[in-house]
Design a protein around this ligand. Sequence first.
Ligand code: VG1
Ligand code: CO
Length: 543
Amino acid sequence: ANIRVVATEPFEGQKPGTSGLRKRVTVFQQPRYLENFVQSVFDSLEGFAGATLVVGGDGRFHNREAVQTILKMAAANGFGRILVGRGGLLSTPAASCVIRGRRAYGGIILSASHNPGGPEGDFGIKYNIGNGGPAPERVTDAVFARTQSIREYRTLDAPDLDLERLGTQRFGGAEVEVIDPVADYRDLMARLFDFAAIRAAFAGGLRLRYDAMHAVTGPYAKAIVEDELGAPAGTVVNGTPLPDFGGHHPDPNLVHAKALFDEMMGPDAPDLGAASDGDGDRNLIIGRGVFVTPSDSLAILAANMHLAPGYRGGPKGIARSMPTSRAADQVAERLGVPCYETPTGWKFFGTLLDAGLATICGEESAGTGSDHVREKDGLWAVLLWLNILAARRQPVLGIVREHWRAHGRNHYARHDYEEVDAEAANGLMSALRGQLGALPGRRFGVHEVTTADDFAYTDPVDGSVSERQGVRIGFADGSRVVYRLSGTGTAGATLRVYIERFEPDPDRQGEDTQTALAGLAAVADELAGIRARTGRAEPDVVT
Ligand code: VG1
Ligand code: CO
């Protein structure tokens, strides 16, 4: 096969966001668009000649075409060995697991996560470094700079590779190995969790419903939960990955996983309901009759993870993204371990995990993970919950209530205003930033502002600084409202408003979250002028 150098010109807007470059499929289908980005990644890296690259994606529309393009470019750019999941599939956490376990130089993951797929849907690509985690900002900044000056890319003149045939094939100057996308990951899970105890729990009647949302986790969940742990066939629903996710949003929240929610609130609800997103890094947890907010799930997992063999000593530290509720902080305090507050996006957890400062990390957006990989991991969170249920032999509701009683309850909700006019959204944020100095001391009904700032983060390990990560307003009673704009959307702007109120009194912890937060939500609107500036009376999604 011959290496071909192809002339190209820069495309505008190839700037990676919270998690890689995400655009409409039609944007990625433009000739040279994907090639430019991939070549810009390779141009920003050093010393990978002969090294190993991992490639895989969530199976969405355009995944196969993109995988073929990347294999040819990786071979032409001098990688010695490329590992690709069969069919071009790898969940995001499995890709992280393979990069680490096989000591690869890095990996390319194709996904737009929870965004819809199909010809009219979204596509995405991101680069992960050798620790298995998303490239830090210094790398993504270099890639973006390169996309603005790129003039040529390198590819292989070769027929498409057979992605269904397991094993090694020669490909230009490189070797491509098609791997089972599940095997490495399943082995890792078996080392972390008490599979025998979970198996016994299933045999004793424990019931799980796992909604894979026609996304990438189907094969993983079936192999592990049904085949390995003995849950009855049919435990995993929507288990076949489809290029358009069956026409749904593969977003595991109460809106898009409504059927699961209804089942869990119904008369014949199983013990645990779970779902994961397009690329398998998010998790939704619902107990019989109780939705567990992702922030609470993080806290409860942190408080109970010592029950799993892989985490016997409990966490060395806990990390959460800034907008995530402070439920995890209560656990850290109780355990006497540090709690880190990072900007939104998993890339900020990497240094803490590498340095052994944190064992478990989480985000309010249904992301939880640990130092076993360097991505959030949806199925991992479900298995940890199963391990805890098997060890404690208590219903989810009981575990949640006990947790609140011991640590207090953090009522929490996120209000999303989607596809807002970008100018209006930016105007809202700059107006907020403009009044930060004047806010402390102001009263909104019973709520008095005590602190107001724009979150800036200094990484405690490498000292890198990330500014303007979201506006935080703190109130006298410990409540909090956070505002930020999404970095993963592909159309207009998405305003996210995060609302949190701490309730220490066990007699009042049963209150409905929306009721408990209604007053603060009104303050959040008044403070930022959401209605007035965006013309929206209601959020599109509340999670
Ligand atoms: C969102 C979430 C963030 C998450 C990111 C990627 O980002 O808020 O917590 O890390 O998606 O998740 P943003 O910038 O839109 O708020 V995934 O599962 O889409 O890779
Ligand atoms: Co995801």
